[in-house]
Design a binder for this molecule. Sequence first.
Ligand SMILES: [Fe+2]
Length: 279
Amino acid sequence: MDGHPTKFLRARIRHALFTVVPDRITGGRLRARHLSQPIELTKIAISQKGWPRAFDGLKIAHLSDFHFGHLATSDRIREAVTTANATRPDLVALTGDLVDLHANDSDLLFAELAQLHAPLGIYMVLGNHDHLHAPRQVVRAAMDSGVTVLMNATAEIVRGEERLVVGGLDWSNRIALDAARLRDLPVAPHLLLAHNPKAFASAIERGIPITLSGHTHGGQIARRTRPQHNLAFSHRFSSGLYEREGSRLIVTRGVGAWFPLRVHCPPEVVLLEVHTLAE
Ligand SMILES: [Fe+2]
């Protein structure tokens, strides 16, 4: 184990109290109801300044927060993969919390995720849950299945004379750390993956066109008609699409959860279509 022993212990206690015990008390009904909620497909189309022309119309499937484990089995991951593949994306972005607690079954998770089809590749960053037990095991399973893991790094996709730079930040809960990591990247990305939407503050400063995040689960309990009014109180950017100073952020509600309850906040796969806005 190369994670955080104290945080891992705390997460295990929380898992027992808020997931296992309520599930036992309800005779398994809480978990069954949670897993029976269909995964929604959310389509977002934007025109974005600073987006390379050669990648006009690019389709990105954005999936996050699987929390593979007790509340998300291989069947659930397959459902998300099928939803994403049906959109025929050019590129797939996975924005962290791949596993819930233990990393031991990462190979099983990535056996499912390897079925994602995207000609320009699958890119991934780690979330806080991936760091609890054995992050290296998660990374190794991802790489073995052909996923590009971006740990404060960039990857470039070339089309003709132009290139699309995809960047990824490792898990962080500190805006100053995000800013420093972004400054250290060799080149500013067009598309940034960061588990925590708090990274958007630094992305705006750096003029990054698009940031994709997860982490909040859309608050899990939201007002029926106002999804951005939800229980993720500590997040200014908690669900959906945001625009600040010409930069865009998408925060997905994610596929899974660590607590088996979602109200007016269904699990989702996002399909983002990006068009180049002439400057
Ligand atoms: Fe999460």
